[in-house]
Design a protein around this ligand. Structure first.
Ligand code: P61
Length: 461
């Protein structure tokens, strides 16, 4: 029934607007140079359509805003914490909740608690902060995603699936005692917002259970993953998004969550686990780095908005429109013959910079250069997801060279309209048409950790 409706049109109307500045070419030239050709260093006032990230950039609903007024700002035992705990249990099924100010704080805690020096952590592709916390805890990340995920043109419907042979070989080579957990992400951000199937996750569960290895779930975009399962995985077409989300969570032992994405809040996150002893240790650790275990870095009002956001995130009409808007932009770019990661993912469009700028080597930073060129053309802000984001090997100090050299146009939830998407597509089309004129960039400043956030660049020759 619900599938027969024709359009994904937004299941809400707009109650308040935030004016944006449409800059001139001259203003943008000055701004991007001042930002060292790094879109992270632009001021948001210099940006027209901000597709840097879908993190913390969602528009909250009137119910979430109303929830802010219910903030119980008690240092200990805030009502909003119990509301959040209830929402997490009801919607995700995890037993114990440790709130944190955002996702990476939860990654820090779980990495410190479970990883010992010399351990290996297999996962369905790396994520920048997740991998860094694994390394800081003494571990080494090992990519066990299927090969298809590294090929932008491959249209596999579940590119976030784990290659079970790779995982089994790793367990065999390194020993289960040196693998504290498998890190499973729903969806996989760096692969282009791609989903994992439930049948694959069940197989991962079976294999890991045989060896006594945990699964820790990065559930940052779990509802988006569930939407793709409903659309693509046989047997799930009549399941609700909520039921699919629950089933995914039930196949894992715990989760880290950046609530700034799927869960529709501007700040927040958590660690959730089922094991009581692990919970005790996490609850003790959170007081060192975040705050008391009943707020963990969030205000009471933020926890209330999150409790509501979680419920909204699993509603079918919401998720269909959210992913629908991304698909709309993706289709438009495909029709314009712009090379992008396929199938189109759930949270953004990923441009294939290697294909668009074949005259640049990876050392000439094609994705960084392309993101700067798009900003210059239209004031649309995108993000590099290539060699700059991949950083250096901590042992050798050499650059990591990922197969995927991408620019991400990330769509905030409930923020932009279809007309904005049209402007974005026209800008990308124009930049791609003149791509031969784009020269590469070189580093002039590079910080030690997560270099993409703060590096500065200059145009080559
Ligand atoms: C993003 F350029 N993502 O996509 P925190 N897991 C996953 C995430 O997507 C994620 C976190 C954990 C961001 C923000 C960001 O290299 C970057 O709440 C799948 O941001 O701490 C965050 O959650 C971390 C942008 C993070 C980056 C790291 O835009």
């Amino acid at each position: 029934m619900e599938k027969n409706r024709r359009s994904w049109a937004e299941p809400y109307k707009i109650k308040m607007v935030e004016p944006v500045h449409i800059s001139t070419h001259k203003e943008r030239q000055k701004a991007i140079k001042g930002a060292g050709y790094n879109t992270f260093l632009l001021r948001s006032s210099e940006v027209y359509i901000d597709l840097l990230t879908d993190s913390g950039t969602s528009a909250m609903s009137d119910r979430q805003w109303a929830g802010l007024m219910l903030g119980d700002e008690a240092y200990a035992g805030s009502n909003n914490f119990y509301r959040l705990e209830d929402s997490v249990r009801k919607n995700y099924g995890y037993k114990y909740l440790v709130p944190t100010h955002q996702g990476r704080a939860a990654e820090h805690i779980i990495s410190q608690l479970l990883i010992k020096e010399g351990d290996y952590i297999p996962g369905n592709m790396y994520f920048t902060t997740t991998k860094l916390h694994q390394e800081l805890a003494g571990g080494t990340f090992v990519d066990v995603i299927i090969d298809e995920a590294h090929d932008p043109a491959n249209e596999h419907p579940f590119k976030a699936n784990v290659d079970l042979n790779k995982l089994e070989d790793l367990i065999h080579d390194k020993g289960a005692e040196n693998i504290p957990y498998v890190a499973i992400s729903t969806t996989v951000n760096m692969a282009g917002g791609q989903p994992i199937s439930l049948s694959n996750l069940k197989q991962v569960r079976e294999l890991t259970q045989k060896h006594g290895i945990k699964i820790i779930h990065d559930m940052t975009r779990v509802a988006e993953n569930a939407y793709f399962i409903k659309e693509r995985e046989p047997g799930y077409e009549n399941h609700s998004i909520g039921d699919i989300v629950m089933e995914i969570c039930s196949l894992t032992d715990g989760a880290t969550m950046s609530a700034k994405k799927d869960a529709l809040v501007n700040i927040g996150g958590f660690l959730a686990v089922n094991d009581e002893e692990l919970f005790d240790r996490a609850r003790n650790m959170v007081v060192i780095y975040e705050g008391l275990h009943t707020y963990g870095g969030m205000a009471g009002r933020d926890m209330e908005a999150l409790a509501v956001g979680i419920q909204e995130s699993v509603q079918y009409d919401h998720i269909r429109a959210r992913v629908g808007q991304v698909q709309y932009l993706g289709k438009k770019l495909i029709n314009m013959n712009v090379p992008i990661v396929k199938p189109v993912g759930s949270h953004g469009i990923f441009l294939d910079a290697k294909k668009i700028l074949p005259h640049l080597t990876q050392d000439q930073l094609p994705a960084q250069s392309l993101a700067a060129a798009i900003y210059l053309d239209s004031g649309v802000r995108a993000m590099e997801r290539g060699v700059v984001s991949a950083g250096r090997n901590p042992e050798t100090g050499e650059n990591n060279y990922p197969k995927l050299e991408l620019v991400r146009l990330t769509i905030p939830r409930r923020v932009y309209t279809q007309a904005h998407m049209d402007v974005v597509a026209e800008s990308v089309e124009a930049v791609v048409a003149n791509a031969a004129d784009i020269s590469g960039l070189k580093f002039v400043y590079e910080p030690e950790y997560l270099r993409f956030f703060q590096s500065r660049f200059e145009p080559l020759g």
